[in-house]
Write a protein that binds this ligand. Sequence first.
Ligand code: ATP
Length: 302
Amino acid sequence: LSQLFRPLDLLGMVYRTVRQGVIDMGAMFDLIDTEATVKDAAGAPPLAIARSAVRFEDVRFGYGDGREILQGLTLDIPAGATVAVVGPSGAGKSTLARLLYRFWDVTGGRITIDGQDIAKVTQTSLRAAIGIVPQDTVLFNDTIGYNIAYGREGAGPDDIANAARGAAIMPFIDRLPDGFDTRVGERGLKLSGGEKQRVAIARTLVKDPPILILDEATSALDSRTEAEILATLEAIEQGRTTIVIAHRLSTIVHADRIVVLDGGRVAEQGTHAELLAMGGLYAEMWARQQAERRSAEETLPL
Ligand code: ATP
């Protein structure tokens, strides 16, 4: 009989999670995969946010295929700081973000927020405290206002307008035929990559979480739009504990701290200048990306 109820449970969970503000469909599918493993502990209390300090303590994790992706990762993200995570492709940067949001449970060690093990508090309270600006934003076939309000149940028109201003998308909305009521998505107005990014930022501002995960999302944008979006992101990072998953180093040189993941562990960490001076993996990645940039510029038509 319990077999029969499982799909219903799952649907209920997906529905609840959507209402709690999971902000992209990819995340939802991840969740379906993990339904069996991630559960609230009996009598779990809600997360009590104090300063929003995040800590990974000797974290081990694999996706269950025998490979261990994180092999004893220890990382401190002080309250209010911005920490950028970099490393070779497949190093586990996005995995780290998924574990903090508890799409999966760690297989060793623990992750804490203000000293509380995230596996021991309710998922609802954990996810309410964390905002994700994903790489790809999914827009619903609905109004732009709905797409922004989706960040938090019960968001009113003032919340939506304030978020749109914070995300610097208000001038764009003002030019739309029906303002916030303009339909977007596959069956409505098509938004550019930069505009979609701003909707994602506005959604996050509606949620107003103390902890932010920015999965570097600017790689598909032209350099001017990228610079503008980065400035907006920097503004919303103020006063929040932020993890930036970065693929290109040029976008995170100003981070309070840069952490280099390699081989499932923290290989190096420091400021941009400190890491360059170390002459290790980061310095190597920086030199390579600078060279790629120069050769791309040289091949641009005049
Ligand atoms: P990139 O810079 O390319 O985005 P990353 O550092 O973010 O990489 P992750 O996406 O965290 O890397 O992936 C780390 C490793 O885990 C990779 O080898 C990847 O193939 C594997 N992996 C990621 N998601 C899953 C999954 N759902 N199931 C099994 N393996 C996965």
